[in-house]
Design a binder for this molecule. Structure first.
Ligand SMILES: *[C@@H]1O[C@H](CO)[C@@H](O)[C@H](O)[C@H]1NC(C)=O
Ligand SMILES: *[C@@H]1O[C@H](CO)[C@@H](O)[C@H](O)[C@H]1NC(C)=O
Ligand SMILES: *[C@@H]1O[C@H](CO)[C@@H](O)[C@H](O)[C@H]1NC(C)=O
Length: 424
């Protein structure tokens, strides 16, 4: 009898030793079918099974045999399915781990140009001065006792004050955990408008970082805090959060950069220069000095920035971190990056590490270099007590020449009394 006839072959799970087996072709066919189930367990019945057609068979027997074969197939397919889906899961997990590692690596990647290289670099702060700058909560700063270091931190900020550069350095520190999703994870997307969600995310993020044995933290705008101060105060207490209060003292310079962005739509101002781009290369293309032609608009920008500064201050106060606050003015970071970071790390209770920031300043620090018509700016604002020091920039040899004889602004300069709004 040969395969292909109506008589069914008889299958046995035991090898039928010595039986006369004529179903070679059928066997080959079956083997091919077996290959269809890619990667099927080789211990499966196929290999041990002999296909014999010698004995007489009843259709009932055949059906039963057929059934057991089908069941065996089914089990094998199911097993294979489990094996393959296990492999898929493992592959997905591996890909995910790989992606996370890559993100981590890109975050840690240092860049070719270093802000400090082109800036005056003051001598490192001595130990006594450093300790004198520490708030009482960082009492372990003297010994760097690892059991007393910070548990978590926030950088309270509003933008355009080097916060991105600072956190890009911190993210490279061995003991600090920053979010690979970005430096300010709860100030954008679905989190921006939903403070409940932002609080949930922050708790989960803190838990994750602490579990990894690190100090987790990110940049936080005042918006969420002023919306639900009690909830954030509770979180600060619960996680013993230390606050880094980032702001910009010279709002005239800040407003110049911001003016350029808002009025001239130059986005490089927002996060500083990109990797590999220098202030010089940008200036070489005539992209440096810009004219402030609309003084009313400049004044509006300035008022907004003063208002922002006020909001940050209010949020820091609202968190009532028991004085556990380190101030980090932009200017200090700009002139003495190393010493600013030394204070940040001491405040958190971790050893100093030097890492290059991945953002640079995009506006020239000197108003005389950044603003083409600086005399008009002087004319409008130098008469105001609040702003005068901001123009007296001995460090950069840039000052207002004095009050103009033909100044449009007399005693009642409307630009001096900037109405500071205070909305969240
Ligand atoms: C045995 O299985 C084959 C393939 O699944 C089917 O076509 C055939 O009808 C079955 N025979 C019996 C007797 O159940
Ligand atoms: C805000 O987030 C919370 C927590 O995830 C969620 O329950 C709520 O529906 C969200 N609210 C809005 C308006 O999306
Ligand atoms: C940076 O600061 C650290 C800690 O204060 C100090 O040890 C190091 O010498 C400083 N490096 C430079 C280049 O100033």
């Amino acid at each position: 009898m040969s395969p292909g006839t109506t008589t069914l072959p008889r299958f046995s799970t035991r090898p039928a030793q010595g039986a006369s087996c004529q179903g070679i072709v059928f066997y080959v066919l079956m083997t091919l079918m077996a290959f269809v189930y890619v990667g099927m367990d080789t211990h499966m019945q196929w290999s041990r099974r002999q296909v014999c057609t010698s004995s007489a068979t009843t259709s009932e027997e055949a059906a039963l045999a057929n059934l057991s074969l089908i069941m065996a197939d089914h089990t094998a397919v199911e097993k294979e399915h489990l094996r393959v889906s296990g492999q898929i899961e493992a592959a997905v997990a591996a890909a995910r781990a790989d992606a996370v590692a890559k993100l981590d690596a890109s975050l840690k990647e240092t860049v070719s140009v270093n802000v400090a290289a082109s800036e005056p670099s003051p001598a490192p702060m001595d130990e006594a001065t450093l300790l004198a700058r520490m708030p009482p909560c960082a009492a372990q700063a003297r010994t760097l006792d690892p059991t007393k270091r910070a548990k978590a931190f926030f950088i309270m900020y509003m933008g355009h004050s080097a916060s991105t550069a600072v956190i890009s350095e911190m993210g490279q520190h061995t003991d600090i955990f920053v979010d690979p999703r970005g430096p300010e994870p709860v100030d954008h997307h679905e989190y921006e408008a939903n403070t409940t969600l932002a609080l949930e995310y922050t708790r989960a993020f803190f838990d994750r970082g602490i579990k990894e044995g690190k100090i987790p933290g990110f940049k936080l705008r005042p918006t969420h805090v002023l919306r639900q101060p009690e909830a954030w105060r509770a979180l600060v207490k619960e996680y013993d959060v230390r606050l880094i209060w980032n702001f910009r003292a010279n709002t005239i310079k800040q407003a110049s950069g911001e003016y350029r962005y808002r009025y001239l739509q130059d986005t490089s101002v927002i996060e500083g220069l990109r990797d590999g781009e220098t202030l010089e290369s940008k200036c070489a293309n005539g992209g440096c000095a810009f004219k402030i032609a609309n003084m009313d608009f400049f004044h509006t920008v300035l008022s907004d920035l003063l208002n922002n500064d006020n909001l940050i201050t209010r949020a820091v106060a609202a968190l009532q971190a028991d004085g556990c606050v380190l101030s980090l003015p932009y200017e200090e970071y700009l002139y003495s990056r190393n010493n600013s970071m030394a204070q940040v790390y001491r405040f958190l209770g971790v050893p100093f590490e030097d890492h290059a920031p991945n953002r640079q300043k995009a506006t020239a620090d000197s108003l005389c270099d950044a603003v083409a018509n600086v005399e008009d700016l002087c004319d409008a604002f130098y008469g105001c007590l609040r702003y005068r020091w901001m123009f007296d920039d001995w460090n950069n040899n840039c000052k207002c020449v004095g009050l103009r004889k033909d100044s449009r602004f007399g005693e009642n300069n409307p630009y001096c009394s900037a109405p500071v709004k205070s909305r969240a």
